[in-house]
Design a protein around this ligand. Sequence first.
Ligand code: CTP
Length: 393
Amino acid sequence: MKKTIVIGVTGGIAAFKACQLVSDLVKLNFDVHVIMSKHALEFVGPLTFETLSNHKVHIDMFDRNFQHDVTHISLAKKADVFCIVPATANTIGKLACGIADDMLTTTFMATTAVKIICPAMNTNMYTNSIVQENIERLKQHGVRMVEPESGLLACKDVGVGKLASIEEIKEMILDSLTEKTLKGYRVLITAGATLESIDPIRYITNHSSGKMGYSLARMAKRMGADVTLVAGNVALPRISGITTIFVKSALEMFEAVKKHYKNQNMIIKAAAVSDYTVKTYQSHKIKKSDDELTLALKRTDDILSFLGKHKDKKTILCGFAMESEHVIDYAQKKLVSKHCDLIVANNVTEANAGFQHDTNIATIVTKDQVESLGLMSKLDLANYILLKMKEMG
Ligand code: CTP
């Protein structure tokens, strides 16, 4: 069944950003309802939210033009999450004092859903000790907050008070809707391509975007795990709430993994590690001369094999295999040779799978099972892999 998210919009200039949030949440297949304060109407028209959410926007407690049920109670009961974007100092103050004088504050007060506030206001207002006390009070009562960012504000002041990014707010909503099945678990994940420098200008790398590893890290965090991510050469937004160690070369990744592999419940090596690096790094740019140039390469350490041999007994180890032929056969061989508990294999030649895509087609190979999964988002696959590993632990 679709989850219901109620977005409360109060009267600040950042109200226009709530339109994008509603649109994104509808695309993620949530049932989204919007309640606006009267002041919010000065900034955005309800028609925008009605068109995006496909539902009437609620503003007035005493609106006669509604279905028979008492709207603030029915929405309060229906909601899985109630998120106020943006939350003004005025609304925060009212909620902290238990004042319910409009549809938004009444519904917020009446709901048992997860409650989130996303403050946005002038810096001096935000840092005002009364506002801070009110925020603290709401937090003590179980209300979650997406911290505002620092930057240039609409009032031209520079400082804290800018609405958090829509991505951060979405992540908080999705996080709060995810069952904490990995609470108490420690998970180490590697992601992305490694980068082997040849000279100060050139390097050897591969097409890995890091999306699979990042999806695993994001999902493990949403499931409540304590996540350490060792990220190679990736261009992806940082995931808040996890420890990320940025590395470039295979050697740096190996060093980072050696520092963190002990005392983990799960280790997932989703990174595409270079099997070779240059024999000698040239400290000055290699100038062209002849028609041909031969680079002498040497093997890198196999991090997964190291983990297979040295990991704690209780740690469930997952490797990845990116192949272009004999996928299952090669994955089964890697499972044994690298002492893994499971290998997630995918075929680089399949459409919408592997490098760069947001989707994947994987086969999970364990000692006694070969499980071929269909096309799915990398986040859904991450969820599947993590639950599988929990089951094996
Ligand atoms: N891997 C690793 N260290 C390396 C190379 C690979 O930890 N130096 C890990 C990858 O993170 C992945 C798995 O090994 O989890 C599979 O990597 P892949 O390069 O596909 O396999 P190889 O063992 O290198 O085998 P081959 O080159 O024969 O395909």
